[in-house]
Structures are given as structure tokens and as C-alpha cells.
Ligand binder design. Structure first.
Ligand code: 9YT
Length: 127
């Protein structure tokens, strides 16, 4: 069994930060679960375009408010606590945080912890 405490792990190198967001990776590829599990915090007032071409991702909103725009269709969905979105089509999207968003995220295949966002908003496929 693996037990980890976000409140401890947020002070370790499991926490990664980029412009106006950070993410604490509670499970990574080397845990052998087949997915990774992250708590991602998006700063209020910020927006981010991501395109996880090589991963499926599901995201559950724990707190905060914002929206997600599907850049293929222009459709905008409101994000409030309790809402989940799943990028089952590797959907390119823009995430907008009206207030600070705290999100629980799963990635399949799991993130290894060494990825950086590429210019196209994706993470490279794991080797
Ligand atoms: C909300 C979202 O897409 N989170 C992705 C995880 C975060 N970018 C990370 O841990 O790399």
C-alpha cells in the first residue's frame, strides 16, 4: 500500500511549478499503478492552453471556479467543485481560473515526473 500526504509532499520535489500553476504528483510512473495522480493548483485570473497528445487526462475540481474551452469546437464548460472533465480525445483546451482552482488529475500513461510542457502544450511520450 502507498500512503502519501499532500501536506507533506507539497514541500518536496514532487511539487513542480510553472507559470501560474503548480502540481504535486502524489503518484508517478515508478509507483507502478498505470496512472499518475496529481493535485494541481491554478492561480486565479490565469489561463493555460494544454494539449496532452500523448496522454489521457481526467480532472476533478475540488475547489475554485473557472472554465474549460474545447479549442476544436469552441465549446466552453464551467468548472465548479464537483465537476470532472476527461480529455478522452486528447482534446486541446484552454483552462481559465476565475478564482484559484484546486484540481485532482489522473494521467494515463503515468507521468514520470521529468516531463516539461512542450511548445505545443503537450508532454512528450514516455520513453
Ligand atoms: C489541470 C491539468 O491539466 N493538470 C495537469 C497536471 C499538471 N500540468 C502536471 O502535473 O504536470
Amino acid at each position: 500500500m502507498i500512503v502519501r500526504d499532500f501536506n507533506k509532499e507539497k514541500n518536496t520535489d514532487r511539487k513542480v511549478a510553472d507559470q501560474r500553476w503548480n502540481s504535486v504528483r502524489l503518484l508517478l510512473a515508478d509507483d507502478g499503478m498505470g496512472f499518475s495522480f496529481h493535485i494541481t493548483t491554478i492561480e486565479g485570473g490565469s489561463e493555460h492552453t494544454f494539449h496532452y497528445k500523448n496522454h489521457f487526462e481526467s480532472v476533478y475540481c475540488i475547489s475554485g471556479e473557472g472554465s474549460i474551452e474545447d479549442l476544436a469546437t469552441g465549446e466552453v464548460h464551467q468548472i465548479t467543485p464537483g465537476v470532472m472533465y476527461a480529455l478522452n480525445l486528447h482534446d486541446k483546451h484552454t483552462l481559465r481560473a476565475t478564482s484559484e482552482l484546486v484540481l485532482a488529475c489522473c494521467f494515463n500513461p503515468p507521468v514520470t515526473g521529468h516531463e516539461v510542457h512542450q511548445a505545443d502544450g503537450s508532454y512528450a511520450a514516455a520513453d
